[in-house]
Design a protein around this ligand. Structure first.
Ligand code: NAD
Ligand code: MG
Length: 397
């Protein structure tokens, strides 16, 4: 059970930015927390190195071709960690009895299957993989509730809201007037659309406040990240989109706010370091050390707020539209964005093609009901296909 120690934690996406922050917090609490499962996509050497340090019971690599390298590397390191490979193996470990807590930190729709497996198995789910909520939010939250899986959001904004909502007993719909998601504005805040024309992948991933993986860094630069987060908030907190606002806050110290019907607004503040949100998830309802210093507001000096620029950053508007349309529209949005961001990072398309490609997918594909996983995965596949085809027709950058 969750109150028994040590907690046995599966980290899916262990070699990534969130994975490394999670392992940092876990290593600070050797008596209470233990990484029992580590899983990654294809970086087998990094996974073996993590196994040397954290000595999990199981290690899994998504790419089946890398199984022998993982198994032999673990043996050569003198570890008893059992090697696994393939998506099904990761799902089975997420649902299996060698963990009670799952950190869902795989990037993109690739994380949906293991996230769902953990939810269906009733695990405590520390959910960083926002794309799974965008793609299948209704299904995922329904299955988690049915299985008694407790979802603790790890995305900093949603983790802030989670904390603020613990200030009252009232049902959410009754007591909350609105949720205000803060956004840093990304590396290109203040630029016009024309000034975004020639920006490079290196400029886009150089986030001013947060150190993150490449995909979410580009999403922060386009503001698609905030769009995905609006949809994420809608599903996590069961609140209509009309009651979710976005406020640009360049210092990234106020992580989000909740306004209640009595006029109170609560916010959560802290330095921009994901170890804080992971510590909330790993320790909840206890507070545990994360390695993150407290906030010195005097030295920070000021907190600024401004409205997002939807003309320069149309991805945020597109995400609102997809959420309002419902059904498979968010799945289409998410898949087109993943393909476009990957093409941008590979230097195959320009920055402004990202919103253009997402808009193309949303205006070309039909929106269908999103009540089954098969329907959602089909929408995801179709959107990837037509976006790849559209990229092939684009003039090259
Ligand atoms: P990252 O690129 O640094 O790491 C991604 C991890 O996923 C790696 O371990 C990689 O091996 C693994 N992976 C990739 N494809 C896989 C596959 N098919 N199967 C299994 N594993 C696979 O990304 P990140 O920045 O750590 O982000 C992870 C998730 O957390 C994303 O959904 C992101 O939106 C979310 N998130 C990240 C941050 C942050 O600060 N980095 C903040 C909020 C939310
Ligand atoms: Mg966030």
């Amino acid at each position: 059970s969750l109150t028994s120690f040590p907690r046995q934690i599966a980290i899916l996406g262990a070699t990534g930015s969130i994975g490394s922050s999670a392992l940092d917090v876990i290593a600070r609490h050797p008596r209470q927390l233990r990484a029992s499962v580590l899983a990654a996509g294809s970086n087998v050497d990094a996974l073996i190195a993590l196994c040397r340090t954290h000595r999990p019971d199981h290690a899994a690599i998504a790419d089946p071709a890398l199984y022998a390298r993982l198994r032999d590397g673990l043996a050569a390191a003198g570890l008893t960690t059992e090697a696994h490979a393939g998506d099904d193996a990761i799902d089975a470990l997420a649902a299996g009895n060698t963990c009670d807590t799952v950190v869902a930190a795989i990037v993109g729709a690739a994380g949906l299957s293991s996230t769902l497996a953990a939810a269906r198995a009733g695990k405590r789910l520390l959910l960083a993989n926002k794309e799974s909520l965008v793609l299948a939010g209704e299904l995922l939250t329904r299955e988690a509730a049915a299985a008694g899986a407790e979802i603790i959001p790890i995305d900093s904004e949603h983790n802030a809201i989670f904390q603020c909502l613990r200030s009252c007993d009232a049902r959410l719909e009754a007591g909350v007037r609105r949720i205000i998601l803060t956004a840093s504005g990304g590396p290109f805040r203040g630029r016009s659309r024309a000034e975004l024309e020639g920006v490079t992948p290196a400029q886009a991933v150089a986030h001013p406040k947060w150190s993150m993986g490449p995909k979410i860094s580009v999403d922060s630069a386009t503001l698609m990240n905030k769009g995905l987060e609006v949809i994420e908030a809608h599903h996590l907190f069961n609140i209509p989109g009309a009651r979710i606002d976005v406020l640009v806050h360049p210092q990234s110290l106020v992580h989000s706010l909740v306004e209640f019907i009595d006029g109170s607004t609560l916010a959560q503040l802290g330095l921009p370091d994901m170890r804080t949100t992971l510590a909330v998830g790993l320790g909840w309802p206890q507070r545990i050390e994360s390695g993150v210093a407290g906030l010195d507001l005097l030295s920070q000096g000021r907190l600024d707020f401004e409205a997002p620029d939807l003309d320069a950053f149309p991805c945020l508007r597109l995400a609102w539209q997809a959420m309002d349309a419902g059904g498979s529209a968010p799945a289409i949005l998410n898949a087109a964005n993943e393909v476009a961001v990957s093409a941008f990072l590979q230097g195959r398309i320009g920055f402004l093609s990202i919103p253009a490609l997402v808009e193309h997918a949303l205006s070309t594909l039909p929106y269908v009901a999103a009540d089954t996983l098969d329907a959602l995965l089909a929408a995801d596949a179709q959107s990837r296909q037509i976006t790849e085809a559209a990229i092939a027709r684009l003039p090259h950058v």
